[in-house]
Each structure stands twice: as structure tokens, then as C-alpha cells.
Ligand binder design. Sequence first.
Ligand SMILES: [Mg+2]
Length: 413
Amino acid sequence: MTTGTAIRTVEVLVTSPDRNFVTLRLTTEDGVVGLGDATLNGRELSVASYLKDHVAPLLVGRDAHRIEDTWQYLYRGAYWRRGPVTMAAIAAVDVALWDIKAKIAGLPLYQLLGGASRTGALAYGHASGRDVPELFDSIRHHLDEGFRAIRVQTSVPGLDAVYGVAAQRTSTGARYDYEPAQRTVVPAEEDWDTRSYLRHVPGVFEAVRNEFGPELPLLHDGHHRMTPIQAAKLGKALEPYDLFWLEDCTPAENQEALRLVRRHTTTPLAIGEVFNTVWDYQTLVREQLIDYVRSAVTHTGGITALRKILDFAAQYQIKSGIHGPTDISPVGMAAALHLDLAIHNFGIQEYMQHGARTNEVFQQTFTFTDGLLHPGEQPGLGVTYDDAAADTYEYQPAYLPVNRLKDGTVHDW
Ligand SMILES: [Mg+2]
């Protein structure tokens, strides 16, 4: 072992500035600090316990340089593989080790991943509105902030609260910053009707294209709510508006469902934010049923594992679209940006800005200029954790909403 690179301390840090975050902090004998994001929206304490009770004792004394070996040890060594809690915990360890390795090398992490393949990562923001004028206002606001690609979400007439719309009852964020996780011990409920949604959405995209022209990349998230044939119908209906992608058009567990969608539409498809290993992508990638991989570094076992998924996808001309809403901490976001910059098959990066309190806890070096994100040139990830600020924000239970059809049946949220 290289002298001084053994892991001396393992800390699991829980804070709740604008929302709950779980952060892993590893410190080597030489005092080099690595951070990893272990935030799993609505199940934060499960990952904190997994790390504290079951992983921390295994890490003390291990050589921080042995990233691949540690990854395999935690994945195979647990015997019980996969799942969001396990893979978020492994991701936190993996990212913290990459942070340490890059700091020891004196290089920003992307240099260890092969160096920059581009000047920055094209980011898309979340625009939304309860009606078309409010949506246009939100899109203009994002363009003014520098975004060059926009996700469009809209309310649906007859439905009280739907996924992705900031200015509605079940959102707690600022006007243009959709934050669906509410601080509550029992999740809020939203309502849903797929036929109303399918009737309404194409007209909204027609209005947006007419107003903003053909150039602006537009994205849309179906949030797992459609059957395969409904998703196929929507994809087809949206073809005239030239979407960058249609995301999560069906529940993601059934990879074969995408065969049916793919047969009927040329609208590009993105999926995978709830996936946690390469096995979730096996059919999707090999049969070229999707165009973009939506996984987060934080939920997919870290940089080591997501890099392998993206290399597998690259053989099939499938690109990245790394998950990046505010339930990814700035540590997880920085990890994504280093990967975005280095990989060849980069597609786009989701970017939902964190609030001021979060930025006070997590001090960051990444920049957002002319629509492009860049992780900065500081050695490591480029994020530091302010304990004094973090300690003022105690964990508060918070949950994503659940969803019901008009007749009360529980539906995918
Ligand atoms: Mg999504």
C-alpha cells in the first residue's frame, strides 16, 4: 500500500438545507478528504444506516487507491446485489475514492477519466406552467438564465396536480424550480388521467414550437405513466415537434415494453433514472430500444459503474443523459460533470439549480456559461462540505407524492 493512503475515518453526514442530503466523507491517514453523494430521495436514512452500520467498518484501513477492488468487494461481498439502497451506498464510496485519487494526483477528476472531450456539458433546464402563457414565461426565464435546451412540462385540464409543474399545489420549490419532495411524514397525493394527458400534450408542444422556433432542443418526461401502446401514440403525435427526447414513457422495469414503443415512433427515447445497474439496460441497449441513458452517478454505483454502462451504450450509438435534479447533491452533480466532460458519447446533462442554503453547505467550483456546465479545474471533484453550515439544518422527513387515478386506483407517479 502507498504510505498514508489507507482510509482513517468514515463519516456519514446527513443535512437538510433546502432538502435532505446524505454525504459520505472519507479521510486518509495523510488527511486527504473524499466526498460521495448517498442521497436517495424519500429513503435517505436507509442509505445512511447501510453506510454507517454495514460499510464503514469495512473501509477503515483499506487503501483508498483500490477503487475497482473496493467496488467489487462491496457489490459481490454483500451477497445481496443491486437495489437502490445498496447501489447508492456503493456509489458514495466509489465517488469519494475517485475524489481522493484525483486530489492525490493533483488533477481535476475528469483528467483521470481520460481528459476533456468537449469544452462543456450541454445542460437542460426544467420549464413548466399551469397554462401556455405561464409555460412561455418559464421558458423565457430559462433562456435568460443561459439554458440552451429546455424540458417542457405542463398541467393538464381537469387534473389538479401533475408531475413536473412548479406552480401547483404539491410543489414546494420556487416558481420555476420544481421540487416535488415535500417535508411531510405522509406523501402528498396527485391525480392522473392518461387520456386527458395524451389529448393535451401535443397541442402544448405545437404552441411552444410556434413561439420559440425549430432550433431550441425540447425535452419531455412522461414519468412512467403510460402503457406501451399509449407511449407509442404519444411519441408519434410529438414527431412534428422534433423532440430531443421523450423520457420514461413507460414504467422502466419491463425493458421489453420499449420494443413496442420503438416500432411505432421516431421520437428519441430516454430512460433509466430509477435503474441501478447495467443489468437494467441489457435488453434496452443490445436491441437499441433507447437513445439516452438516464442514470445518476449517485444511484448507479458511482463513476466506476456508470462509466461501464455508458461504454456499453456507446457501442450502439446510445448517449448519456445523466440524471441531475436537486435530489442529487452538488457532490453527485460534480461527479456527473466530470464524467460528462470525459466520455465520448455525451448527450446532455439535466441541471436543476440548487438553492442558496444548499450551496452554502456544499461549496462548488462548477460553472454554467452559455448553456454549458463545466466542473472546474480544482483537484478532485471540486466540492467542499461546510460542517458548520450543514449542522444548522437537521434531517426532516420528506417524500415524493403518490399518484391516483380518478377512481382512486394507485398509479405510477
Ligand atoms: Mg425524469
